[in-house]
Design a binder for this molecule. Structure first.
Ligand code: SAH
Length: 546
């Protein structure tokens, strides 16, 4: 007699396109196909099996037993599950029935589990890329699993910041479970955590809802919904839910935390949490900052520091009550730039000492062509760092795509007349967010020895008035100076004019479009016509590395 075979087939979300070839082959080879009624209907058109046995949801055990019986009688049988048959599907059950009968691979019928696309994957694909990082599936069905166990798993997964796909979230009779799940999650995750509700993925009745942890229950959730809850880094973008590959974020003054761009991640400095390769220690990160705080703030305690101290005491108490709560806090890299002043180029030893303490062993301090030191330091308490640095008299500015103001030293202060204007420009325009970083250079005399005319916007003070230059191309083999657009501008007109130019660029440039490119493209900023200053002989393009 021919030896029978059982295929345990996962047919994916339910449409023709997302079933594997092996699954179709298995179904087509089978004499009998057994499965839950709705599932059988979904694959019926693909198969020629002699009998198709559709059973109710609760008849899983008898379905598995029947399949084994048929296979033992020499038939080829497919037992089907939606998604993957090994994920809350029939695979385990078929094996259990076989094991009960003393089955082994060597002596018994052949068994082949055919993998399929599980709901966590099909639903994730429709939402964007919410799974991406460490994730888990939790079934909220407490028919075969005690609720106390499920509850514990939700708690553990929430606490450990897993992305979670909830299967069987709700049915006609089971409505409390998802409410409880939300309550537990909210202990560890913010109410705004992105949540995706995908109903009947890749089927005719498909429905996708993007919502948040706090609002998810206001939407329809049913038997055919998978609820995907993001981790603490997950974000919304253009109607999608994205979980970044890594955790690190950076941020600067006045900005929400930014996820690092992919190329910025795999740097030692961007991974302050990593296990130290030499010592084997996992670093906590706060120690250094706390040490600085203690040292600097005791003498002259500002109200901000008092408030922060109070907050950390409260958090400490909270931590003792629930030791897991603060585990969610990931360190982020706080970036900012410091300089001794607009005109002043002198840094004092005390400023250097404070900076060194703030930067600590795990931060970095980089001297840049903008006459600034860019500080990157792991911290979740930026205000405190800024307060410490500002106490020393250093100017703190944001970094990134912002207005960066640089001035000459005014011949060490000898040509001091225009310094107040330079300071005013720094104060009003420095740090404003731009499509791309925008350099404003100020020179205190017509020598322009700090090369303001090679900045995006150059300002030269001469004969108690200002000359204005815009649109230099400061880099590359086709570099050129900015074009002069105004000579002899009255001081009181300077800031309004700069503000208008910057506003024009800010409002109308494409993201990442440099100022000179913008000027060249639009041909006119305010009433200043663009003049082509590019090199007249043909120069080969030579990007970085060439
Ligand atoms: N074996 C299946 C899971 C069966 S449990 C798999 O791997 O996907 C049933 C649960 O799966 C449903 O309650 C729902 O949460 C999820 N599910 C199955 N198919 C789905 C689909 N097409 N769209 C959304 N969720 C689905």
């Amino acid at each position: 007699m021919q030896k029978g075979k059982i295929f345990v087939v996962g047919f994916g979300p339910g449409d023709r396109e997302h079933i594997t070839k092996r699954a179709v082959d298995a179904l087509q080879q089978s004499d009998h196909i057994m499965g839950y009624k709705t599932y059988v209907e979904l694959i019926e058109h693909l198969v020629t099996a002699k009998t198709i046995v559709s059973t109710g949801m609760t008849e899983e055990v008898s379905r598995a037993q029947e399949a084994v019986k048929q296979a033992e009688a020499g038939h080829i049988v497919s037992v089907i599950s939606s998604g993957d048959s090994g994920v809350y599907g029939m695979a385990g059950l078929v094996y259990e029935v076989l094991i009960e009968k003393g089955w082994t691979e060597a002596t018994g019928i052949e068994v082949e589990v055919v993998p399929g696309i599980s709901a966590i994957n099909s639903c994730a694909s429709l939402l964007g890329a919410p799974v991406m990082h460490d994730s888990c599936t939790i079934s909220l069905s407490d028919h075969l699993t005690p609720w106390t166990v499920i509850e514990k798993r939700i708690e553990a997964a929430a606490m450990a910041d897993f992305v979670i796909a909830f299967y069987n979230p709700k049915s006609g009779r089971r409505t409390r479970q998802i409410v409880e799940a939300q309550r537990i999650l909210l202990k560890y995750r913010s109410p705004g955590t992105p949540v995706g509700l995908v109903k009947a993925a890749y089927r005719d009745t498909q429905d996708i809802i993007l919502t948040t942890l706090s609002e998810m229950l206001e939407h329809d959730i049913g038997m055919l919904t998978t609820v995907v809850v993001g981790n603490s880094s997950t974000f919304f973008y253009d109607n999608k839910i994205i979980t970044p590959r890594g955790y690190q974020r950076k941020y600067t003054l006045g900005e929400e935390k930014q996820i690092l761009k992919p190329h910025q991640r795999l740097k030692k400095e961007a991974e302050p949490w990593a296990l130290d390769q030499e010592t084997g220690e996992a670093k906590s990160g706060y120690e250094k900052i706390v040490a600085v705080e203690n040292k600097v703030s005791k003498a002259d305690v500002s109200s901000l520091e008092l408030a922060n101290e109070a907050l950390s005491l409260v958090q400490q108490e909270h931590k003792e009550a629930n030791p897991f709560l603060v585990q969610q806090q990931q360190e982020s890299i706080f970036e900012f730039a410091v300089s001794p002043g607009v005109a002043n180029k002198m840094i004092t030893p005390q400023q250097m000492i404070t900076l060194a303490e703030v930067v600590g062993e795990r931060g970095t301090m980089e001297y840049t062509p903008d006459h600034r030191l860019v500080i990157k330091v792991p911290s979740n308490n930026p205000q405190q760092l800024v307060a410490i640095v500002e106490q020393t008299g250093l100017i703190v500015q944001p970094v990134g795509d912002v207005v960066i103001v640089k001035a000459c030293d005014f011949c060490y202060g000898e040509k001091a007349e225009s310094i107040p204007y330079a300071e005013k420009i720094m104060e009003t325009l420095g740090g404003i967010k731009m499509p791309k970083e925008l350099h404003v250079g100020i020179n205190g005399c017509g020598m322009a020895c700090y090369r303001a005319v090679f900045d995006d916007i150059g300002i030269v003070y001469r004969k108690k008035k200002f000359d204005l230059f815009i649109g230099s191309k400061p880099v590359g083999r086709t570099a050129h100076a900015a074009q002069p657009v105004v000579e002899g501008l009255a001081p009181e007109q300077l800031i309004p004019l700069l503000t208008d130019i910057i506003a024009d660029y800010q409002e109308n440039a494409h993201p990442n479009e440099r100022f000179f490119k913008y000027f060249k493209r639009v041909k006119k900023i305010l009433n200043f016509e663009h003049v082509d200053m590019t090199c007249k002989i043909k120069v080969e393009e030579a990007p970085c590395g060439d």
